[in-house]
Write a protein that binds this ligand. Sequence first.
Ligand code: NAP
Length: 313
Amino acid sequence: MATGIRQILLLGANGQVGFELCRSLAPLGQVHVADRSGGDGRLAVDLARPGSAAEVIAAIKPDWIVNAAAYTAVDKAEQEHELADRVNHLAVAEIAAAADEVGAKLVHYSTDYVFNGRARSPYVESHPTEPLGVYGQTKLAGEHALAERCAEHLILRTAWVYASRGHNFLRSMLRLAAERPRLTIVADQLGAPTPARQIADATALLLQTQDASFEAHKHWGTYHLTAAGLTSWYGFACAIIESAHQAGWLSAMPPITAIATADYPTPASRPAFSALDSGRLRRHFGIALPGWESGLAQVMGQLTDPQRILPNP
Ligand SMILES: NC(=O)c1ccc[n+]([C@@H]2O[C@H](COP(=O)([O-])OP(=O)(O)OC[C@H]3O[C@@H](n4cnc5c(N)ncnc54)[C@H](OP(=O)(O)O)[C@@H]3O)[C@@H](O)[C@H]2O)c1
């Protein structure tokens, strides 16, 4: 499509990050929005179906593809290895090959779950990977397949993503705080809760910066992108509930007990230490996300339906 207007294909528009990308990318050009089923003027791209993404990419010939779709059910992936691999790996390989074919640049997201969580200091991009479960394995395989097939790519590894909508820890905590007299939350996994909106805004900035840079100054490859700071799920839960109480959404704060991962077994193992060093992104692009606490304040301010999540304030 040689219209002179930047053509962007967004895959996975219904997800936490995908939803925010619809807004962040809109000012940058014509955004062709795709989700799994299509409808309402959207394109249908089902990554579980071989050829689905490639057909759309060949038809649109976008300047940029932003892939926010992924199989993200970490525990279920242990049982659904084939589907997780199809969506997170084989479909990503297909997208990358199709992008290369039409000369599109590609933005893709990956995860802290590519690491084993046994590091003592924040992970840099070059740190050896060792996923602990199927989800991380398939995301890592997707990273490799993409890098092999499409040179002009950005893989943004992020972590602990949440938003004012969608399925996430923040919304689960608010619901549970209204339903249960007390909560028990894992305190020995550390990470940086990162708002989907900040990931989307950073993506839009990256896209603009790359397009505005001379060829020799374009930086492609893998980058870590998370909020600054570090907390545990327990610390995050306390901050969420305190903030909801202050907003008047909770009449009382349920007591929260810190527990160990060993006391809350899940089908998939999770990395205990998920801190990602985002310094490379700051050095190459001048992009750095604020601390997770200010991200939480921002997302709490975006909640439009606290009374639906918290039925008995
Ligand atoms: N969530 C996290 O904590 C986290 C942490 C680190 C990295 N990431 C990465 O960040 C990216 C965005 O994650 P997110 O939190 O926005 O995930 P999300 O809210 O779970 O959204 C994922 C989206 O992918 C779509 N999808 C799943 N299977 C598909 C298929 N077969 N065909 C087409 N679309 C499909 C889903 O569609 P439906 O809406 O139809 O189900 C959903 O809209 C992903 O690459 C993820 O791996 C996430």
